[in-house]
Design a protein around this ligand. Structure first.
Ligand SMILES: Nc1nc2c(c(=O)[nH]1)N[C@H]1C(S)=C(S)[C@@H](COP(=O)(O)OP(=O)(O)OC[C@H]3O[C@@H](n4cnc5c(N)ncnc54)[C@H](O)[C@@H]3O)O[C@H]1N2
Ligand code: MOO
Length: 408
């Protein structure tokens, strides 16, 4: 196991975690559209036809040829194929979405037309065409979305529109959580030296917000504070998950067994400690896996806020890579108050965003053992090593993975 003793720069650590995941992204697979939400395109989405595929009426009315008045010769509904309009002075009744007959010179809205006593149609077409031509939206063979695009409802609709029943996507990364610490209670109030395990409820829910699947049986803890129990728990979690997160035991206390367990498992550090406060003892390691694809262990520090920082600093980028997506670029926000630096370490300071997401205000209750500040924040402002940030300054912002509607 190649130990890396110097803390890695925080930005560099994000990139290393992402690249490690990207190199291990799951193989492309073909799935029905209904099962593709949340996956990632493994191939560009290329339209199979022109869009629209045929000249399509945008209105209910009349397709006319030649000068008025026009004698109706039939009707074309959406879904039907249209006979050509061959004679001047003729028209067909047409529905929105119907194929416009060849030979049509104009479409006239039904409410802007009149019928004379012979049933002939009169009216004036609007200046702009009221139908869409093949290729207006896209031409057959055109790339609409690149590989690496997250599949969301709009992408699913787009794929269906241009003719796909199935699409080629990456598998969802599978994650597991092992919680270490004999002092942890799994129910009831803390006291008498024991604390409630806050990370089993928190970590899987945030992993799911990063698009990982977390089977409830893959969340275990507290794992007994012995090396044998750690090794056995990690080994069995690695069988069912691409990423195993652990909490606690990242330091070298008397019952911190993570590093010795990693050595026993033949793991190789992607990084061992990161130059960030809080959260410094975080680590990411790679373990050989089936089919030549490595699996990963992310060691989150036991202090709850530090665990969250490790999750969004390393596990978020790792999962983006495993999904086959890009590493998100951090937006910049304006600070409303100064934030001190942390010497040679990057400082991640919890902050709440204003309604339009442009200004960040640091929050209170931000000790690494606390979660109160986290529950009212949108993410962390990033103060780079050997700097401090003044009010009014633009700084990078590391967002928490939140669903729409959370933290309105
Ligand atoms: N001698 C040193 N001691 C410590 C240092 C150091 O540099 N030198 N660093 C401190 C920092 S920073 C952190 S962070 C922690 C990391 O420790 P571990 O990852 O080994 O975590 P534990 O010791 O197991 O626990 C730390 C703390 O967090 C509480 N904890 C753990 N798991 C949970 C959980 N699931 N839910 C709620 N709380 C949890 C645990 O009870 C401890 O209070 O090391 C410092 N020590
Ligand atoms: O940096 Mo520790 O990760 O302060 O809590």
């Amino acid at each position: 196991m190649s130990a890396q003793h110097l803390p890695v720069d925080w930005d560099k650590a994000r990139t290393l975690a992402y690249e490690a995941g990207r190199a291990a992204a799951g193989p492309a697979e073909t799935v029905p559209l209904a099962g593709a939400d949340g996956r990632t395109l493994a191939e560009p989405l290329v339209t199979l036809t022109d869009l629209p595929a045929f000249p399509t009426s945008s209105i209910d009315g009349w397709a006319v040829r030649g000068p008025a008045p026009w004698r109706p010769t039939g009707r074309v509904l959406a879904g039907g194929t249209a006979e050509p309009l061959t004679g001047d002075g003729t028209c067909v009744e047409i529905a929105t979405g119907a194929m416009v007959p060849a030979g049509t010179e104009a479409l006239i809205r039904v409410e802007e037309s009149t019928r004379d006593s012979d049933g002939r149609v009169n009216g004036t077409p609007r200046p702009l065409p009221e139908w869409r031509l093949p290729g207006d939206e896209a031409h057959q063979g055109e790339e609409l979305l690149p590989a690496g695009t997250p599949v969301d409802p709009a992408v699913l609709g787009m794929a269906a529109t241009c003719g796909y029943d199935t699409i080629v996507v990456r598998p969802l990364p599978r994650a597991a959580l092992l919680v270490f610490g004999d002092e942890l209670l799994t129910s009831g109030p803390p006291g008498a030296g024991r604390v409630r395990d806050s990370l089993s409820p928190l970590v899987p829910a945030w992993l799911r917000r990063y698009g990982a699947t977390v089977d409830p049986s893959a969340v275990r803890g507290p794992v007994q504070d012995t090396l044998e129990a750690h090794v056995a728990a990690i080994r069995s979690a690695l069988e069912v998950a691409d990423v195993v997160c652990t909490t606690g035991g990242t330091m070298n206390g008397p019952v911190d067994h993570l590093h010795p367990a990693l050595a026993e498992l033949g793991a190789e550090y992607v990084m061992n400690t990161v130059a960030v406060r809080p959260g410094f003892p975080m680590l990411l390691a790679r373990v050989p896996g089936p089919a030549g694809r490595p699996r990963f262990l992310a060691g989150l520090p036991g202090n709850p806020q530090s665990a969250v920082i490790a999750l969004i600093s390393l596990v978020g980028p790792l999962l983006a890579g495993l999904h086959g997506r890009d590493l998100p670029v951090l937006p910049r926000v304006e600070l409303t108050a100064p934030v001190p630096g942390r010497g040679g370490f990057t400082h991640l300071a919890l902050a709440a965003l204003d309604q339009d997401g442009r200004k960040a205000t640091p929050v209170g209750h931000v000790g690494s053992a606390m979660l109160r500040g986290l529950a009212g924040s949108h993410g962390f402002v990033v103060v780079r090593p050997d700097t401090q940030a003044a009010a009014g300054e633009l700084v990078p912002f590391l967002p928490l993975p939140l669903y729409a509607g959370e933290r309105p």
